[in-house]
Design a protein around this ligand. Structure first.
Ligand SMILES: Nc1nc2c(ncn2[C@@H]2O[C@H](COP(=O)(O)OP(=O)(O)OP(=O)(O)O)[C@@H](O)[C@H]2O)c(=O)[nH]1
Length: 209
Protein backbone atom coordinates (compact mmCIF):
# COMPACT_ATOMS: atom_id res chain seq x y z
CA UNK A 1 0.00 0.00 0.00
CA UNK A 2 1.24 3.45 -0.76
CA UNK A 3 0.73 6.36 1.62
CA UNK A 4 -2.85 7.35 0.80
CA UNK A 5 -3.85 3.90 -0.40
CA UNK A 6 -6.39 2.82 2.21
CA UNK A 7 -10.13 2.67 2.66
CA UNK A 8 -10.29 3.85 6.26
CA UNK A 9 -8.11 5.89 8.59
CA UNK A 10 -8.89 4.84 12.16
CA UNK A 11 -7.49 6.54 15.26
CA UNK A 12 -7.18 4.58 18.50
CA UNK A 13 -6.32 6.11 21.86
CA UNK A 14 -4.41 4.32 24.66
CA UNK A 15 -5.35 5.60 28.11
CA UNK A 16 -4.23 4.52 31.56
CA UNK A 17 -1.97 5.26 34.52
CA UNK A 18 1.74 5.97 34.00
CA UNK A 19 3.82 2.80 33.77
CA UNK A 20 1.02 0.35 32.96
CA UNK A 21 2.65 -0.29 29.58
CA UNK A 22 0.74 1.76 26.98
CA UNK A 23 3.84 2.66 24.92
CA UNK A 24 5.27 -0.83 25.18
CA UNK A 25 1.95 -2.43 24.27
CA UNK A 26 1.65 -0.28 21.14
CA UNK A 27 5.28 -0.99 20.19
CA UNK A 28 4.60 -4.74 20.53
CA UNK A 29 1.53 -4.34 18.33
CA UNK A 30 3.17 -2.28 15.58
CA UNK A 31 6.71 -3.76 15.58
CA UNK A 32 6.26 -7.06 17.42
CA UNK A 33 9.12 -6.12 19.76
CA UNK A 34 9.43 -5.65 23.51
CA UNK A 35 11.19 -2.65 25.01
CA UNK A 36 12.12 -3.30 28.66
CA UNK A 37 13.13 0.34 29.26
CA UNK A 38 10.72 2.75 30.93
CA UNK A 39 10.81 6.17 29.29
CA UNK A 40 7.70 7.99 30.37
CA UNK A 41 5.71 9.59 27.54
CA UNK A 42 5.59 13.38 27.58
CA UNK A 43 2.54 14.89 25.93
CA UNK A 44 1.24 12.60 23.22
CA UNK A 45 2.81 10.40 20.57
CA UNK A 46 1.53 8.00 17.95
CA UNK A 47 2.48 4.87 16.06
CA UNK A 48 1.00 3.63 12.79
CA UNK A 49 0.16 0.31 11.22
CA UNK A 50 -1.60 -0.85 8.08
CA UNK A 51 -3.92 -3.83 8.35
CA UNK A 52 -6.37 -5.61 6.13
CA UNK A 53 -9.83 -6.07 7.61
CA UNK A 54 -12.12 -8.79 6.33
CA UNK A 55 -15.76 -8.09 7.09
CA UNK A 56 -18.20 -10.94 7.60
CA UNK A 57 -21.89 -11.29 6.82
CA UNK A 58 -24.38 -11.87 9.66
CA UNK A 59 -24.27 -15.62 8.98
CA UNK A 60 -20.44 -15.60 9.13
CA UNK A 61 -20.05 -15.67 5.36
CA UNK A 62 -17.02 -13.79 3.95
CA UNK A 63 -17.73 -10.13 3.19
CA UNK A 64 -15.64 -7.31 1.83
CA UNK A 65 -11.95 -6.62 2.40
CA UNK A 66 -10.85 -3.17 3.53
CA UNK A 67 -7.39 -1.63 3.76
CA UNK A 68 -7.17 0.15 7.11
CA UNK A 69 -4.58 2.66 8.25
CA UNK A 70 -4.41 2.58 12.05
CA UNK A 71 -3.10 5.56 13.98
CA UNK A 72 -2.45 4.47 17.57
CA UNK A 73 -2.26 7.49 19.86
CA UNK A 74 -0.15 7.05 22.97
CA UNK A 75 -1.05 9.39 25.81
CA UNK A 76 1.07 10.26 28.83
CA UNK A 77 -0.32 8.45 31.87
CA UNK A 78 0.85 11.25 34.12
CA UNK A 79 -1.28 13.71 32.17
CA UNK A 80 -4.31 11.64 31.25
CA UNK A 81 -5.83 12.14 34.68
CA UNK A 82 -5.90 15.85 33.80
CA UNK A 83 -7.51 15.41 30.37
CA UNK A 84 -9.80 12.54 31.33
CA UNK A 85 -10.18 13.25 35.04
CA UNK A 86 -13.87 12.49 35.30
CA UNK A 87 -13.66 9.35 33.23
CA UNK A 88 -11.27 7.46 35.49
CA UNK A 89 -12.46 5.05 38.09
CA UNK A 90 -10.11 4.52 41.02
CA UNK A 91 -10.00 0.75 41.51
CA UNK A 92 -11.03 -0.05 45.00
CA UNK A 93 -7.97 -2.10 45.86
CA UNK A 94 -4.66 -1.48 47.64
CA UNK A 95 -2.76 -0.89 44.40
CA UNK A 96 -4.57 2.42 43.74
CA UNK A 97 -4.56 1.62 40.05
CA UNK A 98 -7.23 3.35 38.02
CA UNK A 99 -9.47 1.83 35.45
CA UNK A 100 -9.98 4.42 32.76
CA UNK A 101 -13.24 5.27 31.11
CA UNK A 102 -15.64 3.27 33.19
CA UNK A 103 -17.20 5.75 35.56
CA UNK A 104 -18.86 8.15 33.21
CA UNK A 105 -18.97 7.10 29.60
CA UNK A 106 -20.89 10.33 28.87
CA UNK A 107 -17.99 12.39 30.23
CA UNK A 108 -15.60 10.46 28.02
CA UNK A 109 -17.81 11.25 25.07
CA UNK A 110 -17.60 14.95 25.86
CA UNK A 111 -13.87 14.78 26.41
CA UNK A 112 -13.05 12.75 23.36
CA UNK A 113 -15.41 14.63 21.04
CA UNK A 114 -16.82 11.28 20.13
CA UNK A 115 -20.50 10.44 20.24
CA UNK A 116 -20.18 6.78 21.11
CA UNK A 117 -16.65 5.48 21.63
CA UNK A 118 -15.79 1.83 21.07
CA UNK A 119 -13.67 0.60 23.97
CA UNK A 120 -11.72 -2.45 25.06
CA UNK A 121 -10.31 -2.74 28.57
CA UNK A 122 -6.79 -4.14 28.82
CA UNK A 123 -5.03 -5.54 31.87
CA UNK A 124 -1.38 -5.57 30.79
CA UNK A 125 1.76 -7.28 32.22
CA UNK A 126 0.03 -10.65 32.41
CA UNK A 127 3.48 -12.27 32.38
CA UNK A 128 4.10 -10.80 35.85
CA UNK A 129 1.25 -12.73 37.45
CA UNK A 130 3.27 -13.28 40.66
CA UNK A 131 3.23 -9.50 41.13
CA UNK A 132 -0.43 -9.07 40.31
CA UNK A 133 -2.01 -6.06 42.05
CA UNK A 134 -5.31 -5.69 40.21
CA UNK A 135 -8.06 -8.18 40.90
CA UNK A 136 -9.02 -9.90 37.64
CA UNK A 137 -12.59 -10.62 38.75
CA UNK A 138 -13.19 -6.96 39.62
CA UNK A 139 -11.82 -5.74 36.29
CA UNK A 140 -13.93 -8.29 34.39
CA UNK A 141 -17.07 -7.39 36.34
CA UNK A 142 -16.63 -3.70 35.56
CA UNK A 143 -16.01 -4.41 31.90
CA UNK A 144 -19.10 -6.66 31.81
CA UNK A 145 -21.17 -3.95 33.47
CA UNK A 146 -20.49 -1.61 30.54
CA UNK A 147 -20.44 -4.34 27.89
CA UNK A 148 -16.75 -3.79 27.19
CA UNK A 149 -14.49 -6.68 26.14
CA UNK A 150 -11.66 -7.33 28.65
CA UNK A 151 -8.23 -8.77 27.84
CA UNK A 152 -5.25 -9.66 29.97
CA UNK A 153 -2.24 -8.95 27.77
CA UNK A 154 1.53 -9.00 27.92
CA UNK A 155 3.67 -6.66 25.86
CA UNK A 156 6.63 -8.83 26.94
CA UNK A 157 5.34 -12.12 25.48
CA UNK A 158 2.81 -10.70 23.01
CA UNK A 159 -0.07 -12.54 24.72
CA UNK A 160 -3.44 -11.24 23.50
CA UNK A 161 -1.94 -7.98 22.17
CA UNK A 162 -3.11 -8.46 18.61
CA UNK A 163 -6.39 -10.01 19.77
CA UNK A 164 -7.22 -6.94 21.88
CA UNK A 165 -6.57 -4.51 19.01
CA UNK A 166 -8.34 -6.77 16.48
CA UNK A 167 -11.41 -6.87 18.73
CA UNK A 168 -11.44 -3.08 18.98
CA UNK A 169 -11.04 -2.75 15.22
CA UNK A 170 -13.87 -5.22 14.73
CA UNK A 171 -16.18 -3.14 16.95
CA UNK A 172 -15.31 0.02 15.04
CA UNK A 173 -15.63 -1.52 11.59
CA UNK A 174 -18.98 -3.11 12.41
CA UNK A 175 -20.29 0.24 13.58
CA UNK A 176 -18.96 2.00 10.48
CA UNK A 177 -20.62 -0.62 8.27
CA UNK A 178 -23.88 0.05 10.10
CA UNK A 179 -23.41 3.80 9.54
CA UNK A 180 -22.82 3.21 5.83
CA UNK A 181 -25.78 0.81 5.65
CA UNK A 182 -28.04 3.40 7.29
CA UNK A 183 -26.83 6.15 4.96
CA UNK A 184 -27.33 3.92 1.94
CA UNK A 185 -30.77 2.81 3.15
CA UNK A 186 -31.86 6.44 3.47
CA UNK A 187 -30.29 7.23 0.06
CA UNK A 188 -32.25 4.35 -1.44
CA UNK A 189 -35.43 5.51 0.29
CA UNK A 190 -34.77 8.93 -1.25
CA UNK A 191 -34.49 7.47 -4.74
CA UNK A 192 -30.83 6.29 -4.75
CA UNK A 193 -30.10 2.97 -6.44
CA UNK A 194 -27.19 1.39 -4.52
CA UNK A 195 -27.90 -0.92 -1.57
CA UNK A 196 -24.33 -2.30 -1.45
CA UNK A 197 -21.62 -1.45 1.07
CA UNK A 198 -18.76 0.31 -0.68
CA UNK A 199 -15.45 1.42 0.82
CA UNK A 200 -15.55 5.00 2.03
CA UNK A 201 -12.56 7.24 1.44
CA UNK A 202 -11.32 8.79 4.71
CA UNK A 203 -12.32 12.30 3.71
CA UNK A 204 -15.85 11.08 2.91
CA UNK A 205 -16.43 9.34 6.25
CA UNK A 206 -19.70 10.22 7.95
CA UNK A 207 -19.22 8.36 11.27
CA UNK A 208 -18.58 10.33 14.44
CA UNK A 209 -15.39 8.40 15.34
N1 LIG B 1 7.11 -7.61 32.13
C1 LIG B 1 6.41 -6.69 31.47
N2 LIG B 1 6.82 -5.42 31.47
C2 LIG B 1 6.10 -4.52 30.77
C3 LIG B 1 4.94 -4.86 30.04
N3 LIG B 1 4.44 -3.76 29.45
C4 LIG B 1 5.27 -2.76 29.80
N4 LIG B 1 6.26 -3.19 30.59
C5 LIG B 1 7.32 -2.40 31.19
O1 LIG B 1 6.72 -1.43 32.06
C6 LIG B 1 7.46 -0.20 32.00
C7 LIG B 1 6.53 0.94 31.64
O2 LIG B 1 6.02 0.75 30.34
P1 LIG B 1 5.56 1.97 29.41
O3 LIG B 1 5.06 1.37 28.15
O4 LIG B 1 6.63 2.98 29.27
O5 LIG B 1 4.38 2.57 30.28
P2 LIG B 1 3.36 3.73 29.89
O6 LIG B 1 2.00 3.30 30.35
O7 LIG B 1 3.48 4.11 28.45
O8 LIG B 1 3.86 4.92 30.82
P3 LIG B 1 3.67 6.53 30.62
O9 LIG B 1 4.32 6.88 29.32
O10 LIG B 1 4.36 7.16 31.80
O11 LIG B 1 2.20 6.80 30.62
C8 LIG B 1 8.57 -0.41 30.97
O12 LIG B 1 9.76 -0.74 31.66
C9 LIG B 1 8.08 -1.60 30.14
O13 LIG B 1 9.13 -2.36 29.59
C10 LIG B 1 4.53 -6.25 30.07
O14 LIG B 1 3.51 -6.65 29.49
N5 LIG B 1 5.30 -7.10 30.80
Amino acid sequence: MTDGDYDYLIKLLALGDSGVGKTTFLYRYTDNKFNPKFITTVGIDFREKRVVYNSRGTNGSPGKTFKVHLQLWDTAGQESSVFFRDSFLPLNDPSHHNLPLLTKPSQLQANAYCENPDIVLIGNKADLSDQREVNERQAKDLADKYGIPYFETSAATGQNVEKAVDTLLDLIMKRMEQCVDKTQASDTANGGSSGKLEPVKPEEKKCAC
